[in-house]
Design a protein around this ligand. Sequence first.
Ligand SMILES: Nc1ncnc2c1ncn2[C@@H]1O[C@H](COP(=O)(O)OP(=O)(O)OP(=O)(O)O)[C@@H](O)[C@H]1O
Length: 248
Amino acid sequence: MHLASGPAVAAAELEDVSKTYPGGGGTPALRGVSARFAAGSFSAVMGPSGSGKSTLLNCAAGLERPSAGRVRLAGEDIGALREPALTRARRRRAGFVFQSFNLVPALSVWQNVLLPQRLAGMRPDRAWAGEVLERVGLAGHRHARPDQLSGGQQQRVAVARALAGRPEVVFADEPTGALDLSAGHEVLTLLREAVDQLGQTVVMVTHDPAAAAWADRVLFLADGVVHSHLERASAAEVAAVMTELSAR
Ligand SMILES: Nc1ncnc2c1ncn2[C@@H]1O[C@H](COP(=O)(O)OP(=O)(O)OP(=O)(O)O)[C@@H](O)[C@H]1O
């Protein structure tokens, strides 16, 4: 089953986006960034600490409003939307995976997976949610609470939750940052399979060149601007660019 249309379509797009945070001392976190995340692709966003990676992700996802420029999610100009239309668009079109899992501790695995669809006012697609829980290997844990699971299992629940609503884009901010190597590997495998088998679009911020090497394309940020891109890069190639950026 394909969740997104052909590769030429941008699932998310930033056009000349700048962002200065109130209280950020006037220094922009992003300065005129343009980036296009093709539907059905897996992109990684890398760059030194403070280069604007999370800000880019949050602007693309409608979690932050840019100070200038345009953001389109599945072709919709979300900058033009006021609350609560922006929240509705984000809930309908974006799925999220965060470093800290962000599961609701009082809810079961199953309730966590269905929650975004409920919040979006959608009737949860239980058959599909069951299938994604199966895919992440946790069908037998649907009644468990998050604190009964390992970190790797909790992040797999978060991936299932992000996929369950069939969003146009899954935004992942350091999804392997809190995991050991093998749990991180499992989560990256799931994200890769979501792209290859389901046609999902994934945009992932990471510090780890080995994680970025799972992506089709790596976008490098430095000081709030796009420095460069790599296609189908190895971890060593990604690490070489990071070394160059860190030495600046
Ligand atoms: N809410 C905020 N208020 C003020 N400044 C902020 C806020 N969020 C981020 N910044 C600043 O914006 C710049 C870019 O931050 P951002 O978190 O996007 O970078 P990053 O590349 O994701 O960093 P890291 O790798 O350390 O997570 C930094 O200088 C940061 O201090």
